[in-house]
Design a protein around this ligand. Structure first.
Ligand SMILES: [Zn+2]
Length: 120
């Protein structure tokens, strides 16, 4: 499952981030992102992924995992104007995203109110 153990304590990772988001949800706060880079389309963890490619679509970071397919769809909908930047050649998607958002990035979590009864 965990493949070859590199000895790197993986404190940044999707699970870790989810725990932080869960905690922030309870308190209505923010979850620090650290180095974490996820594809906002498919949720793939790209933190250590060396692939280049991908782009910003609105406020979403679309990774190389999804860029080809979603680009075609975006063009089909005529929403290319919403592409705010593309990952330059030779730069990994993760580095590009980290560079744009700068240090100390965090996700603001809107507190969820649990309503009995559910929908609307
Ligand atoms: Zn993706």
């Amino acid at each position: 499952m965990s493949g070859n153990a590199h000895g790197g304590e993986g404190v940044t990772g999707r699970d870790e981030f989810r725990r932080a988001v869960d905690a922030a949800m309870l308190s209505g706060g923010t979850a620090p992102l650290g180095d974490l880079v996820l594809c906002d389309f498919c949720d793939e963890d790209l933190t250590r992924d060396p692939r280049t490619g991908g782009f910003m679509f609105g406020s979403k970071a679309v990774g190389p995992c999804c860029s080809a397919g979603s680009l075609a769809r975006i063009k089909g909908y005529g929403e290319e104007w919403n592409i705010r930047g593309r990952c330059p050649d030779g730069v990994s998607f993760a580095d590009w995203v980290r560079g744009m958002r700068g240090p100390g990035a965090a996700v603001k979590v809107t507190r969820i109110s649990f309503r009995p009864g559910g929908a609307s």
